[in-house]
Design a protein around this ligand. Structure first.
Ligand code: CP
Length: 317
């Protein structure tokens, strides 16, 4: 869905929005852009940062945001289908931002809404273990900014660590990295949690150089960026995760000397034990910035979706 031109433009647009967000005049201008629009945040799977960053992005742009965060509080509790719920939202809002535990549901419902008299766009804010596209966009933005003094993402080695089979952020980010020249991806995981075959096939077809390993230290040592992820045990069938010793895939303070001096440490968050909080103070740790970048990147996506992005590319206020 996204090409290099789109990604470059999005990063540029996000930089401008970020600058505007620093001044009262800039914020007043952004807040006037989409004050005639309404959005529904429909999150039936837990979220802290994706929900809040989309909510804040709507606020920045003047969009009125409504929310359903639990189907127990909607008429789904009375037996209404997800499809009918979404069609109902489309009667009242101009955009649906949706997180669901069901893979592929966003795509399916978007097609369904397209066939109704009042189609509205749906943004996928995380769909099961499948995709998390706006997370990948903010990851690309964070990588682009962090590596800007070293020629950007092209030619870099990115090491992704953890539960790669069920990690939707990894799946979406790996696909976006295919847009960059000479990128090499090292997937480091327990054998049971290697990437799924469809991602393997897509990366090979896109000509991306990638390796899969169960080694941890040698993999992170050569990386320009290390992307840690947590175990996704919410998708366990039985006790797959409990049976596993995951401790080898933890980044601890004692590992920091093994990383490159200019390595970028990332994590989509939330974290558990796989990323030691002591690392937060290391200048290479970018995950709290990564999280904050999400708000500006999502604001940029919203301006593009509603076709007002050309009004952002103004001289700085
Ligand atoms: N990274 C991410 O999707 O975080 P949340 O689940 O808190 O939204």
């Amino acid at each position: 869905q996204f090409d290099r031109r789109f990604l470059n433009y999005l990063c540029q647009l996000t930089n401008t929005i970020r600058r505007f967000d620093k001044s009262r005049e800039g914020l007043a201008y952004l807040g006037s852009l989409l004050s005639h629009k309404r959005a529904m945040l429909y999150f039936t799977q837990p979220s802290t940062r994706t929900f809040l960053s989309f909510h804040s992005a709507c606020h920045i742009l003047g969009i009125t945001a409504s929310e359903i965060r639990d189907s127990a509080t909607s008429s789904e509790r009375k037996g209404e289908s997800v499809e009918d719920s979404l069609r109902t939202f489309s009667s009242y809002v101009d955009l649906i931002i949706m997180r669901s535990p069901i893979p592929g549901l966003c795509d399916r419902t978007a097609q369904l809404l397209d066939a109704t008299p009042r189609p509205v766009p749906i943004i996928n804010a995380g769909s099961g273990p499948d995709e998390h596209p706006t997370q990948a966009l903010l990851d690309i933005y964070t990588l682009t900014r962090s590596l800007r003094m070293r020629g950007g993402i092209d030619g870099k080695t990115i090491c992704m660590v953890g539960d790669l089979r069920r990690g939707r952020t990894v799946r979406s980010l790996a696909r976006l990295l295919a847009n960059y020249e000479g990128v090499r991806i090292i997937f480091s995981s327990p054998p049971a949690f290697r990437i799924a075959q469809d991602l393997r096939t897509d990366l090979a077809a896109a000509g991306v150089a990638f390796e899969e390993t169960d080694a941890f230290l040698p993999a992170i040592a050569e990386a320009d960026a290390v992307y840690m992820t947590r175990i996704q045990d919410e998708y366990d069938v039985g006790d797959e995760s409990g049976a596993l010793d995951y401790s080898k895939y933890h980044l601890r303070a004692e590992h920091l000397p093994s990383l490159r001096d200019d390595c970028v440490i990332m994590h989509p968050l939330p974290r558990r034990d796989e990323l030691d909080p002591e690392i937060d103070h290391d200048p290479r740790a970018k995950y709290w910035r990564q999280e904050r970048n999400g708000m500006w990147v999502r604001a940029a996506v919203l301006t593009m979706l509603f076709g007002v992005d050309d009004r952002i590319q103004l001289p700085e206020l």
